[in-house]
Design a binder for this molecule. Structure first.
Ligand code: MN
Length: 224
């Protein structure tokens, strides 16, 4: 009986301690929903291992400062410089990775389910001259990012849409961002995002990516 009580105590403690830690939001589509552009094995590994690891390592980094579990992830990554010095790098990398992947899944959708509306097309043409010009600039940023990172479409403080890229798990919301703004579209160009299917051919992955963009969500984010 004593042993049972001890085990229960440990389980309760674990569940109490883990309460409020950062967890993965559920995926809004099945692992195979983005086939053939993004294969289900890549999707499964990306969500369950890579994304999960960022959340786990973020939670681990905050262990010494449990009051930070109560913060919104956005608040954390927008104010990295105000965090204790010993966790700033871990929050930048893992908090960034956690946030970026939460965001990435929301702007993906099965092919043909969230097409670009005439209204969004007009906004993109106003900002970039044409849809082709916008796509070319975005593809160039994604393919040209050396090593691991992301390409983004962001809305800056003046309301203008801009294409940028960031290294590692940085994004345009962080204090140290070269160009600041609110993300409205992103592509993950870490090899883990495409290597199983596309191997070294990042450019093929980047061009195929357009098939699975959730333009409805992009438009909603631009309007916010
Ligand atoms: Mn990734």
């Amino acid at each position: 009986m004593k042993r049972v009580k001890a085990i229960l105590f440990v389980l309760l403690t674990i569940s109490f301690v883990s309460f409020g830690q950062f967890k993965l939001p559920p995926l809004q589509f099945k692992y195979n929903a983005l086939e053939p552009t993004i294969d289900s094995t890549t999707m499964y590994i990306h969500y369950n291992f890579h994304h999960t690891a960022y959340a786990t390592n973020l939670n681990k980094a905050l262990e010494k400062y449990p009051e930070l579990y109560k913060k919104d992830i956005l608040e954390l990554i927008q104010n990295i410089n105000e965090l204790p010095a010993d966790i700033q790098t871990a929050v930048r990398n893992n908090g960034g990775g956690y946030y970026n992947h939460n965001f990435f899944w929301t702007i993906l959708a099965p092919a043909g389910t969230a097409p670009m509306s005439p209204k969004l097309e007009k906004i993109l043409v106003e900002n970039f001259g044409s849809i082709d010009a916008f796509k070319a600039e975005f593809e160039k940023a994604a393919v040209g990012r050396f090593g691991s990172g992301w390409a983004w479409l962001i809305k800056d403080s003046t309301g203008k849409l801009r294409v940028i890229s960031t290294p590692n798990q940085d994004n345009s919301l962080m204090q140290k961002a070269e160009v600041k703004g609110k993300p409205v579209l992103a592509i993950d160009v870490w090899e883990h995002a495409y290597y199983l299917k596309y191997q070294n051919k990042r450019v093929v992955y980047v061009k195929a990516f357009w098939n699975v963009v959730n333009w409805t969500e992009v438009e909603r984010l631009i309007a916010m």
